[in-house]
Ligand binder design. Structure first.
Ligand SMILES: [Zn+2]
Ligand SMILES: [Zn+2]
Length: 768
């Protein structure tokens, strides 16, 4: 949610729209500047004194006065006539960049994003830039440089410095060179030089400069793979299906085409990406590869570095600001011709873009969901490919229903990779009826027996449970008290390893209580989480090495890498994990997959829950199956007759998807209709609902659009705010967007008056 209004809008009221003066003003020429603020329109500014507006390129950053403060914005347009009275116009204070920071192709994508998601352009641009660039850092990497001043050169021979040998040495060293030395050079030559430099700088003996770094000297936080042995670049032979896919994608080079590369884990999708990338690079194009948030492992990065004979930049949310800036600069300058990144990398600058790959395109992490512009990086990748006239490859074992629908319509083209080992050896799926086999601490007897069998046959076992922590509930055995989150309509999850109770919705945490906070009696954890399943399995299989993979055990990329390594090397025999295990990792040694709680999500109010569950199940099941042996998948459930489980069992993902698409069409849900959701939250209960009801009243009449709600969110109170939503549905995209464009400014005014936080989400993936 984006805070709206407040002091910023009051400051901005000094710049008011005055149509009368626009009509009478002579053509004066203004720059339109998009500012990182919740404002629908760019602002008009005069060019800096002495510069014609035409002399300021579009896509450069400028410092501008706004109210009583200063902001950094981007020049997005020029105009003959200002939209405001001439008297209110102010001038740009400084033009930061000499050349555009964003080229016209990227600006086109950002404009499209702002229009489609009905989000202020200034905020969209800001989201596309590393923080350092938003605050005015130079576009090119710079190096710190030191040079002796004329006064300093004169002082070299003076005796004044004889008592300060470090200063003397530094000054002598600098005076020997005409152009001076960089900090990096000095650090090598004169240890402890910086303290001396400070004194000399104060005295005026030396000066400090910032120069644009030569391309090869700019520091990249992710060191470029310089010259790996040729053997590392050796491309394995392709299967017939891989070769066919490669040939098809490659034949579309230089023009827009959207390819859906459908293949199970281990079918060799990454190899197709790699060889497509190699061919694109060989033609002089650059390559953008998007991966899900968790999928960007050091292993994957290494694999690309080992194979592609170019510098590769990496962008993800875990980077420091400096590393993010370095990666962005490397891509922007054309030095890194391949970029691997998560969601926001869809906006990365890449001159000569020739290919876009979206791996695991169904993954929900491609959708921005927590504040800001709620874009889908997968969808924007397709738009970018279209705008740039290049192919885009959407890879997945379980494509989103939207993607399959686009295939049906002929908008996308399909490519299929069978499992490399053998399609006939797809894993056997079976349900374990928990009504007949009561589980003990989450595990039923058939599951434990199967585990023993597979471990004895030296297979690995993956146990999937989509809940981290020790137990989802802490219960008082005397009075029935359940540890609640103070800020949400939710229970606290027990995290025994860290001795905490944590709320998985707002992040609140407190020490794990040993006694009931109401009656003082003993409390006990109820239900299963990954930590507890790990504990149980260690008791049942004391001789088997076990690792756990969830957001707690793999908080850092190195931890994730170590866990994956132990499974891949075979050291770990049992892997307990959450959804993280499904993110594109292939475990060839796993012969048995156990799904402990399939039932979560079978009865959700969200029409997308079934799709997500089916994808998770198929992705988890896809981990089973050794190179030669047939894998086994056991799904524990209370509802073995549930249609979703039946369609998965009989028809696999394709069977499920066909049935689900028929249901969606009957209900006019996406992809057969268009959807947006207006979400709101307030501190008072009922405030959000009242706001949305009022917003509904403001809606212009539009026959092609249906409003549903408002309703309270499934979890109405979250992080001490009350949440509600109003659905906007339309059969066609254009009328729906026209309606939103008319309606949203009024909603905005209302929200400001009522101090409500709200956000519009176009193509939402979570309906509560
Ligand atoms: Zn109690
Ligand atoms: Zn909470």
């Amino acid at each position: 949610m984006r805070p709206r209004g407040g002091h910023l809008s009051t400051e901005l009221s000094t710049v008011t729209v005055d149509n009368r003066s626009v009509a009478s003003a002579a053509a004066i020429g203004v720059l339109r500047v998009a500012i990182d603020a919740p404002l629908r329109h760019p602002f008009d500014y005069l060019a800096p004194a002495g510069l014609a507006p035409a002399a300021v390129p579009l896509g450069v950053r400028v410092r501008v006065p706004i109210g009583r403060r200063e902001a950094i914005g981007m020049v997005v347009d020029r105009a003959e006539q200002p939209q405001v009275s001439v008297a209110a116009l102010k001038a740009v204070r400084q033009v930061i960049d000499a050349t555009p920071l964003l080229d016209s192709a990227l600006m086109q994508l950002l404009r499209w994003t702002a229009d489609y998601y009905h989000h202020p352009l200034g905020e969209v641009i800001a989201a596309a830039l590393p923080r350092a660039l938003r605050t005015g850092a130079p576009c090119a990497a710079q190096v710190e440089w030191w040079r002796a001043t004329p006064a300093g050169r004169d002082a070299v021979s003076a005796t004044a410095l004889h008592r300060a040998p470090r200063q003397q040495a530094l000054l002598e060293r600098l005076a020997q060179t005409a152009h001076g030395l960089s900090s990096a050079d000095l650090a090598l030559q004169l240890p402890g030089w910086r303290a001396a430099a400070r004194v000399l700088l104060q005295r005026g003996s030396i000066e400090r400069l910032e120069l644009d770094a030569p391309a090869e000297a700019s520091a990249d936080a992710q060191p470029a793979r310089s010259h790996a042995p040729e053997s590392g670049r050796h491309a394995p032979a392709l299967s017939a299906a891989q070769s066919a896919a490669l040939a098809s994608i490659d034949a579309s080079a230089g023009s827009y085409a959207a390819w859906v590369l459908q293949g199970a884990t281990g079918s060799g999708k990454t190899e197709v990406y790699l060889q497509c990338a190699e061919r694109t690079l060989a033609r002089g194009g650059s390559v953008l590869v998007l991966v899900p948030e968790i999928g960007l492992t050091p292993q994957l990065v290494q694999r690309f570095r080992a194979r592609l004979a170019v510098d590769i930049a990496v962008l993800h949310s875990g980077l420091s600001d400096a590393a993010r800036l370095a990666a962005w600069r490397a891509a922007h300058s054309g030095r890194a011709r391949a970029l691997l990144g998560t969601r926001s990398a869809v906006f990365a600058p890449l001159p000569q873009l020739g290919l876009i790959v979206v791996d695991e395109e169904h993954d929900s992490s491609y959708k921005q969901h927590d504040g800001g512009c709620r874009y889908s990086a997968r969808d924007l990748a397709v738009v970018r490919a279209q705008q740039c006239g290049v192919p885009v490859v959407l890879g997945s074992a379980t494509p989103a229903l939207e993607t399959l629908h686009n295939l049906d319509l002929g908008r996308y083209r399909g490519l299929t990779l069978p499992r490399r080992d053998d399609q006939a050896l797809a894993p056997r799926l079976a349900l374990v009826d928990l009504r007949a086999h009561a589980p003990h601490r989450g595990l039923s007897t058939p599951v434990i027996d199967a585990m023993r069998r597979h471990l004895a046959a030296s297979g690995q076992v993956l146990v999937f449970i989509n809940r981290r922590g020790y137990a989802p509930t802490l219960l008082c055995t005397a009075c029935g008290w359940i540890a609640p989150c103070q800020a949400c309509d939710a229970r606290m999850t027990v995290h025994r390893a860290s001795g905490q109770l944590r709320c998985h919705h707002c992040g609140a945490q407190q020490p794990l209580a040993a006694r009931c906070l109401r009656c003082g009696f003993e409390v006990k954890p109820v239900g299963q989480g990954t930590e507890r399943v790990e504990e149980t399995l260690r008791e049942l299989f004391p001789d088997q090495a076990l690792v756990r993979l969830d957001r707690d055990s793999a908080a850092r990329p190195e931890q994730l890498d170590a866990i994956l390594d132990s499974v891949l090397s075979g050291t770990a025999r049992i892997l307990v994990g959450t959804q993280m295990v499904t993110k594109g990792h292939h475990f060839p040694g796993v012969s048995l997959v156990v799904v402990l709680n399939a039932d979560q999500g079978l009865f959700s109010t969200d029409f997308r829950a079934a799709e997500r569950l089916a994808q998770t199940m198929v992705q988890v099941a896809g981990r089973a199956g050794r190179e030669r042996d047939r894998g086994e998948v056991l799904i524990q459930t209370q509802y073995p007759e549930h249609p979703l489980l039946r369609s998965l069992l009989s028809g696999g993902y394709a069977g499920f998807a066909a049935a689900a698409l028929i249901e969606r069409e009957a209900a006019r849900w996406p992809p057969f209709g268009r959807l947006a959701v207006l979400r709101a939250s307030t501190r008072s209960s009922g405030g959000a609902l009242a706001f949305l009801a009022a917003a509904r009243q403001l809606a212009p009449a539009a026959a092609a659009v249906r409003l549903l709600g408002p309703v309270a969110a499934a979890m109405a109170r979250r992080a001490d705010r009350y949440h509600a939503q109003l659905l906007v549905e339309g059969a066609e995209r254009r009328p729906l967007h026209r309606f939103i464009a008319d309606w949203l400014p009024q909603v905005e005014t209302l929200a400001r008056a009522q101090r409500v936080r709200y956000a519009l989400d176009v193509d939402p993936i979570d309906i509560e």
